[in-house]
Design a protein around this ligand. Structure first.
Ligand SMILES: [Zn+2]
Length: 78
């Protein structure tokens, strides 16, 4: 009986640790600006990824992280 109790407790602890890990990973994924307080991150209108303002590529009203995304966007419009 005691053996099952130990298994149960260990299982619960592992579950808690894993759950916290997943939660923290999601949290940092959803709020990338927290990772870098000095540079504001901009969202790419094509791939949806976040990138630093220094690598920004503007095209009309849109922001892109790279020339590839800019070209993809233009190609999709045609
Ligand atoms: Zn992009």
């Amino acid at each position: 009986m005691l053996k099952y109790l130990i298994y149960l407790t260990a299982g619960y602890l592992i579950f808690k640790v894993v759950k916290n890990g997943v939660y923290l990973a999601l949290e940092s994924f959803q709020k990338p600006s927290i990772l870098d307080g000095t540079t504001e991150l901009i969202k790419c209108d094509q791939c949806g990824g976040f990138f630093k303002e220094t690598t920004l590529i503007n095209h009309k009203e849109n922001n892109f992280c790279s020339e590839i995304c800019k070209q993809d966007y233009i190609n999709e419009l045609q």
